[in-house]
Design a protein around this ligand. Structure first.
Ligand code: URP
Ligand code: ZN
Ligand code: ZN
Ligand code: ZN
Length: 470
């Protein structure tokens, strides 16, 4: 592969901010220094005026994931391309354990799809839908020999993916012993199910009832329960898509006691609130994700927690379903629930917009520093999920996953110009500062302005080490 020298850029990591040249060779960062000398065959890229950032690491995406009858609108090919255009060079997606199969089957099946589709590097969390001795044995094997060390479990969606507290506890006890971690979707599924049935029985079918039947207190309750289970199991625990102050307070309390509790939030919870549900219009279905958008106080609390490290990272929960039925050949999308909110597939897109909206609304708006931005979007996810220092930073010997980012450039976000298959953007029409100019993945230039130079299948599976240890 050609050597590349990135010259005159401003290198920003979670802790550094300085001007230097970077030499990329053989997929890695070979040298960093002032006025590095290179031979005539080296490609030289001038990054004057640009930030040189580590490629983003998004540890919560749903590509080619099926929930009930609905499959997400992005597969590995379109989803990783969209991620790359947004400055993300590594994702951790999900391998789904079906009713009859084991975690290792789930990994093999997902690997077969990702290895041909992905254009950026990837790993998996296994979604556990049941736990028994065989599953526990597989989990141990997955951590030790497959590089899959995190497992998602649902405290919501009874009858499909929800598992009981004993199953969660058993999984936690195992990962606690073997260097893995359980990631929890924390909502009290049984009570939510009751509220949904009651709402429908009263004729409340519009999408706003998705939010009204999933109150924040039930996220708070499940979060607290998950923490107690983890404490008893002597294991770290990670909360996905934390949205509410009612949940956050339990995370803060546990962390203050030194319990290894970690949590992410997602851009939609930082930029939108529950007021979007003040309408019976079906367009509200765009915001039908789980947990739903919360109150303004929660939004403020999330921003504060990102600053104080009570929340450790931002991932997208990119779970795209089209508004229009049949778009890109996808059926059972949002429209499926026009007459029954409980049939609207849950989720929203975000894989391509994360870096820019957090830069614009976080760094430029002075809610977080530039170093913290890098930490939240790249370094911390890489550390927490066993990818660091190969991923998540700019250092000699790290993979050459690098984003050249124009902090003064502007763009208007739109589904017409994004690279995902999904037919809408939560940020449609939003004018933002911060533009991804070039993206390198293991030293290869895969995004050059609007030009796509990546190719499906070039992404590599990432064998992950111990997780939850920071
Ligand atoms: O609404 C969401 N978040 N859909 C994706 C599945 C999940 O719970 O993360
Ligand atoms: Zn979830
Ligand atoms: Zn999710
Ligand atoms: Zn402007």
């Amino acid at each position: 592969m050609t050597q590349t020298l990135i010259r005159n850029g401003r290198i920003v990591t979670a802790v550094d901010d300085y001007r230097a040249d970077i030499l990329l060779d053989d997929g890695q960062i070979a040298a960093i220094g002032k006025q590095l000398d290179v031979g005539p065959d080296t490609r030289v890229i001038d990054a004057v005026g640009l930030l040189v950032l580590p490629g983003g690491v998004d540890v919560h995406t749903h590509l080619d994931n099926t929930f009930g009858d609905s499959t997400t609108a992005d597969d590995y090919e379109s989803g990783t391309r969209a991620a790359a255009f947004g400055g993300t060079t590594t994702i951790i997606d999900f391998a789904f354990q079906g009713k009859e199969d084991s975690p290792l089957d789930a990994i093999a099946r997902t690997q077969a799809k990702a290895s041909v589709g992905a254009s950026i590097d990837y790993g998996f969390h296994v979604i556990l839908t049941h736990v028994d001795e065989t599953v526990l044995g597989d989990m141990k094997h997955a951590i030790r020999h497959e590089g899959v060390s995190s497992f998602k479990m649902f405290m919501a969606y009874p009858g499909t993916v929800m598992v009981d507290d004993a199953a969660i506890f058993q999984a936690m006890r195992l990962v606690g012993e073997h260097g893995g971690m359980v990631a929890l979707h924390a909502e009290n599924g049984n009570v939510i199910e009751l509220l949904i049935r009651e709402a429908l029985a009263q004729g409340h079918t519009s999408p706003r009832y998705h939010a009204l039947t999933r109150p924040a207190i039930l996220e708070g309750e499940a979060t607290h329960r998950g923490i107690k289970l983890a404490e008893l199991a002597n294991a770290p625990v990670y909360f996905v898509h934390l949205s509410a102050k009612e949940a956050l307070k339990h995370v803060i309390e546990a962390r203050d006691l030194g319990i290894p509790v970690f949590a992410e939030t997602c851009p939609h919870y930082l930029f939108f609130d529950e007021s979007v549900y003040d309408s019976d219009d079906f367009s509200v279905a765009k915001h039908v994700m789980t947990p739903p958008l919360r109150d303004k106080q929660s939004q403020d609390a999330l921003w504060t927690a990102l600053k104080t490290d009570d929340l450790q990272l931002i991932s997208t929960d990119h779970c795209p379903f089209c508004m229009k039925e049949g778009h890109m050949g996808r059926v059972h999308q949002k429209e499926h629930g026009r007459h029954d909110f409980s049939k609207i597939p849950n989720g929203a897109p975000g894989i391509e917009t994360r870096m820019t909206v957090i830069y614009d609304g976080g760094v430029r708006s002075k809610r977080i520093t530039l170093n913290r931005f890098v930490e939240l979007t790249a370094t911390a996810p890489a550390k927490l999920f066993g990818l660091f220092p190969r991923k998540g930073t700019i250092a000699v010997g790290s993979d050459a996953d690098i984003v050249l980012f124009d902090p003064e450039g502007t763009q208007t976000i739109s589904a017409h110009s994004h690279h995902s298959n999904v037919d809408y953007s939560l940020f449609e029409g939003k004018h933002v500062h911060g533009v991804v100019k070039k993206v390198f993945s293991r030293g290869e230039l895969i995004v050059d302005g609007e030009q796509w130079l990546g190719r499906p299948g070039r992404g590599q599976f990432q064998v992950r080490g111990e997780v939850g240890g920071f």
